[in-house]
Design a protein around this ligand. Structure first.
Ligand SMILES: NC(=O)c1ccc[n+]([C@@H]2O[C@H](COP(=O)([O-])OP(=O)(O)OC[C@H]3O[C@@H](n4cnc5c(N)ncnc54)[C@H](O)[C@@H]3O)[C@@H](O)[C@H]2O)c1
Length: 465
């Protein structure tokens, strides 16, 4: 099928590349010309395991192109994905201006009498399906008025016949995880399709056949991927509810960890003990220094904000956010407890990105830590397997980014493990400890092996243990 994906960030690019890999003819549109040029040259602007390889092979097979020409994209695609960002506003609501611009732009370029499916893949506030429909129609009317105006001169403001555009809007929320986005796209737990139009749903089901049938899955013999078909608002709500639930699960475990710290229990053992209960499940039970990234913080805040708009005080969601804000300072408290005065001390951060296997620094817990350590007069250094190599410093200030772990350890008074990169399990801690002023490590993710660290001469401090 012919597909157009608008917005080539973590979601859009992965979606475009994976759909082309399964055999569709895809054009990816972005309004960032530099990014488009980079992608046209076969390079991915983001780091995602496996993405570059698939991108190159689809381009070589002529199933994947990149452009900044929205009109060309709209003409090409039977299915048009909107995958632009919806970052948070200071109030907590989503900033939907990029979605708005794209929806109007699609409308302005929709050919008449050619049916299209317009898909919201961006995470958008509940009710956005109908809003996008209205914007597309507005865009189409506006374009037609301009066309009549250009041809008819003085009659430009006269009422124009409604444009004969035919389309349906679908909400198809994305559940991929950064760091395993390609894998997740080929091995989803479910596909959610929300729409009021059965024709659109049928086309979306056809699009996803190779994925539903697990033709590109790790386990090709697994049962088909469940497809959940709903109305528009329910699909939009599923995305928010899923993220809010996961964030709440982590905040819950962090709360338990803080109590463990006080009563002398070990939260890692508690997690194991409760996770074996199938009603609870063993995922997302790791305590640490809080969640971050481009999705959880903004999605939980946006849902709480939507609730408020409709006269409901979402107390549990607010508590989830509050617990997380406090949790992000737990490593700082532990440093103060161990080192007392932080002024003039050198603290080394292991990891900067909000999670491993990504280069994404959006709302990363490391940023808050750096800010507070700077405020308290500490010198901050960091080593991150991706950020240290890439040379990209995306708004990082107040931190010296070192090129290897030994340089990081040199003259440090403490290390803090911020991101659980697998590579950190293999570090030569004995050597690193020897280079430090004080071999102290705060394991902000309960990720490292305490015994190994202690054998290497470190004082090990975990979270809730
Ligand atoms: N990142 C994730 O892990 C993830 C997971 C699930 C859902 N989502 C949701 O998916 C959406 C996209 O997230 P992302 O992380 O990929 O965003 P991103 O910021 O990485 O990428 C957005 C892209 O859209 C482009 N863009 C903006 N305005 C445009 C326009 N008018 N025309 C063409 N391109 C335009 C930008 O240049 C950028 O390349 C968001 O709503 C997000 O909440 C993200």
């Amino acid at each position: 099928m012919r597909v157009c994906v608008i917005g080539t960030g973590y979601v859009g690019l992965v979606t475009g590349v994976c759909l082309s890999h399964v055999g569709h003819d895809v054009i990816c549109i972005d309004n960032n010309e530099e990014k488009v040029k980079l992608m046209q040259s076969g390079q991915s602007p983001i780091y995602e395991p496996g993405l570059s390889e698939l991108m190159k092979s689809s381009m070589a097979a002529n199933r994947l192109q990149f452009s900044s020409n929205l009109k060309a994209g709209v003409e090409h695609g039977e299915i048009l994905f909107i995958a632009v960002g919806t970052p948070p506003l200071p109030s907590g609501e989503s900033d939907t201006r990029y979605v708005e611009a794209v929806a109007r732009g699609i409308g302005a370029n929709l050919p008449e009498n050619v049916y299209k499916v317009i898909v919201n893949k961006s995470t958008v506030p509940i009710g956005s399906g109908d809003w996008v429909r209205m914007l597309v129609l507005d865009g189409a009317k506006e374009a037609k008025r301009e066309l009549v105006g250009a041809g008819g001169g003085a009659i430009a403001t006269a009422p124009t016949e409604a444009p004969a555009v035919t389309f349906d809007v679908v909400s198809n929320p994305e559940f991929l995880r950064e760091g395993s986005a390609v894998h997740d796209t080929f091995n989803p737990d479910r596909i959610v399709l929300g729409s009021n139009g059965s024709r659109a749903i049928a086309l979306m089901e056809e699009l996803y056949i190779p994925i539903v049938e697990r033709q590109f899955a790790e386990d090709q013999a697994a049962p088909p991927v469940p497809v959940v078909v709903t109305d528009l608002s329910s699909a939009e709500m599923i995305k928010y509810a899923a993220n809010a639930f996961l964030a709440t699960k982590i905040s819950f475990m962090n709360e338990v960890a803080n109590i463990c710290d006080r009563v002398g229990a070990d939260v890692t053992q508690v997690g194991k003990g409760i996770g074996l209960d199938s009603r609870i499940g063993n995922k997302f039970l790791n305590a640490g220094i809080g969640w971050g990234g481009s999705c959880f913080p903004k999605d939980v805040s946006a849902l709480a904000h939507t609730a408020e708009d409709y006269g409901y005080d979402a107390q549990l969601l607010k508590a989830t956010i509050d617990v997380n804000s406090r949790q992000r300072l737990v490593a700082l408290e532990k440093l103060q407890h161990e080192l007392k005065i932080l002024k003039g001390k050198v603290v080394g951060l292991l990891g900067l990105t909000f999670k491993p296997d990504t280069d994404d620094m959006r709302d990363a817990p490391a940023l808050i830590l750096i800010e507070h350590l700077n405020r308290l007069g500490a010198k901050v250094k960091a080593f991150d397997p991706i950020v240290s190599q890439s040379g990209i410093r995306n708004g990082l200030t107040g931190v010296i980014v070192e090129t290897d772990p030994e340089r990081l350890a040199d003259s440090c008074d403490a290390l803090v493990l911020v991101t659980e990169w697998k590579q950190f399990l293999e570090l030569d801690f004995a050597k690193m400890g020897g280079l430090m002023n004080d071999p102290l490590i705060i394991d902000g993710r309960n990720f490292l092996h305490r015994e190994i660290l202690e054998q290497a001469g470190f004082r090990y401090v975990g979270i809730g243990r």
